[in-house]
Design a protein. Structure first.
Length: 337
């Protein structure tokens, strides 16, 4: 099951709302977010926003961001009690965040407050029914022990300074997990997430993901993880249909030593020291292959056995003349770019 990415339509600091247009955008499968950058723009429109929140589903959201030189006042949320999708991010400070306890209809919550005042914010019991949560704490150590109470959470993006990370393993309905700027914490808890399909490791630092055993993960992304150099347990990801590895300068080679019959898309972006990519003949369903700015030698690479299913190949060295020649050669060989 692939996570569905919806187009976000942002309505910034509005003085009026076009209800017909909002509903049309939602019918077309988009997300619509009304956002406010400063209290000066709240006016009386928040009550109108709340009326829409009450009538529309969780794809209609409200965002508070910026508020530069100010601390966002959580009491503002008392004016939108019916909000289902709430974004409190790109904020430096916020106070009165306990008001979140009054929001009885929350489906999705996104918190990115640099100076988060309450490290136990997840103890607010009205948050325990959330389906989606994104939370990042840069200064205070965010306590994740309360995840054992989040019985309905399906999508989680967590980052920054955290403790009790292993309680994520209690989230039995979790299908999407992104770990952002989290270093050195063991990943054994991932093995308890039987419904996990999409897993992203972003920033932070670790050498490998060896703790992860056989799993049902469908989509794996590893990006800008400091010190990451070992992908030798990739065969544990037998359900994988998409693998993307980006900006991993310590990674030198990747070998698919066993069959991975489900893998359809494979991308290595700006992994400049990756010089060997072998075993591709084991990927019997591979359709798309992208190698951008690696150290793989094209002439040697193209001589190896490639899956007959492969129809799209992009190979970029960063040298314009060479890239044009490679692109034309791949087209002549029948590959799409």
């Amino acid at each position: 099951m692939r996570k569905i990415w919806k187009r976000k339509i942002l309505i910034n600091d509005p003085t009026a709302l076009d209800r017909d247009q909002i509903e049309q955008d939602l019918r077309h499968g988009n997300q619509v977010i009304v956002q406010f950058s400063h209290p000066n723009f709240y006016g009386s429109i928040l009550e109108e926003v709340d009326e829409l929140c009450a009538r529309l589903d969780e794809n209609f959201g409200v965002r508070f961001y910026g508020h530069y030189s100010l601390s966002f006042d959580g009491h503002t949320l008392l004016r939108i009690p019916h909000v289902k999708s709430l974004h409190l991010n790109s904020l430096t400070q916020a106070h009165n965040t306990e008001v979140l306890a009054t929001l009885k209809h929350l489906y999705a919550l996104h918190i990115g407050i640099y100076e988060l005042e309450n490290s136990d914010i997840l103890s607010i019991d009205t948050l325990w029914s959330l389906r989606e949560l994104s939370i990042n704490s840069e200064k205070k150590m965010l306590n994740l022990q309360y995840f054992k109470e989040f019985n309905h959470l399906e999508q989680l993006h967590v980052g920054g300074k955290v403790k009790n990370l292993d309680t994520i393993g209690d989230l039995q309905d979790l299908s999407y997990l992104a770990l952002h700027s989290i270093s050195k914490h063991p990943l054994h808890f991932v093995n308890r997430l039987r419904k996990l399909k999409h897993f992203r490791l972003l920033l932070g630092g670790r050498e490998n993901i060896q703790e992860i055993e056989e799993n049902e993960i469908d989509d794996l992304e590893i990006s800008r993880v400091r010190g990451f150099h070992d992908l030798s347990n990739i065969a544990n990801f037998q359900a994988l249909t998409r693998l993307k590895v980006e900006d991993q300068v310590k990674l030198h080679e990747v070998s698919f030593s066993g069959q991975m019959k489900m893998l359809e898309e494979l991308s290595f972006w700006n992994c400049k020291n990756v010089a060997r990519l072998t075993g591709l003949e084991q990927l019997s369903s591979l359709r798309k292959l992208r190698l951008l700015k690696t150290s793989v030698d094209f002439e040697s690479f193209i001589q190896q056995q490639l899956p007959s299913s492969l129809s799209t190949m992009e190979f970029v060295t960063g040298k314009n003349k060479a890239d044009q020649e490679i692109k034309q050669l791949l087209l002549n060989m029948g590959y799409n770019n």
